[in-house]
Ligand binder design. Structure first.
Ligand SMILES: Nc1nc2c(c(=O)[nH]1)N(C=O)[C@@H](CNc1ccc(C(=O)N[C@@H](CCC(=O)O)C(=O)O)cc1)CN2
Ligand SMILES: Nc1ncnc2c1ncn2[C@@H]1O[C@H](COP(=O)(O)OP(=O)(O)OP(=O)(O)O)[C@@H](O)[C@H]1O
Length: 192
């Protein structure tokens, strides 16, 4: 077993390495992977994230979702390590949280059960959907509130484990679907 903190460090280093030079590819690949999922195609209300440095870039996916006419929601952290989801559009304004991430300004969705699809930010995933996030437990607390939403994680091949090598806690929530950004390294290297 390797502590989650150790996996986090390693996974973040992999992301940093990968995104240096492959960031724009990753942004497009994320759109292709996510929009290809049947659960996405069926979904009307989708919860995404606003990526920070070192995460898979989500900007193009957010724009694509809006163009596809979906209702798009982005998270804000709330007291007691809860997440709120704010509906966004082209006119939404954002403010910086003291922890560093940008968050949308607006009135949160009052009934999160209405979400159809949640893209879950994660550093590392196992094949079964076990997840290592940034360590706040925010999504573990949130995902139990949306049992009917499709939950999807996307990660790098380097951050994907057939079985979790970290201690999985009872409160850790699995995502239903894990997809990898794969086959992109060689293809991208030719152009960089
Ligand atoms: N882009 C993106 N947005 C996201 C997440 C994410 O993983 N990615 N989150 C995914 O959950 C939530 C925010 N999660 C966070 C997790 C840790 C810290 C953080 O910096 N914590 C401090 C310690 C704070 C404390 O313990 O009181 C730290 O690590 O220094 C901030 C936000 C919601 N928004
Ligand atoms: N539902 C919960 N109730 C109480 N504590 C929880 C719950 N979920 C997680 N925790 C605690 O929160 C802390 C962080 O959890 P964990 O390391 O799993 O975060 P993470 O999933 O990596 O982070 P995030 O979801 O914010 O990306 C741990 O101490 C964990 O025990």
């Amino acid at each position: 077993m390797i502590e989650k903190a150790e996996i986090r460090k390693c996974a973040q280093a992999n992301y940093r390495d990968y995104l240096t030079g492959h960031g724009s590819y990753a942004m497009q690949a994320l759109v292709q992977i996510v929009t290809g999922l049947p659960a996405w195609q069926k979904a009307q209300r989708v919860a995404l994230t606003l990526s920070q440095t070192g995460e898979l870039p989500t900007q193009l996916l957010i724009e694509t979702a809006l163009l596809q006419g979906k209702d798009v929601f982005l998270p804000r952290v709330a007291p007691k390590r809860q997440l709120e989801f704010i509906p966004i559009n082209q006119d939404t304004t954002y403010e910086r949280h003291p922890y560093g991430m940008l968050e949308p300004v607006g009135t949160p969705l009052s009934e999160v059960e209405q979400l159809d699809f949640v893209l879950v930010p994660g550093l590392a995933y196992s094949q079964a959907g076990d997840r290592v996030g940034f360590g706040g437990g925010y999504y573990d607390r949130f995902l139990i509130r949306v049992p009917n939403a499709a939950t999807v994680g996307v990660t790098l091949p380097a951050n994907y484990y057939p079985t979790p090598i970290w201690p999985v806690e009872v409160c850790d929530y699995r995502v239903q679907t894990v997809r990898l950004l794969k086959g992109v390294q060689q293809q991208d290297d030719e152009n960089s």
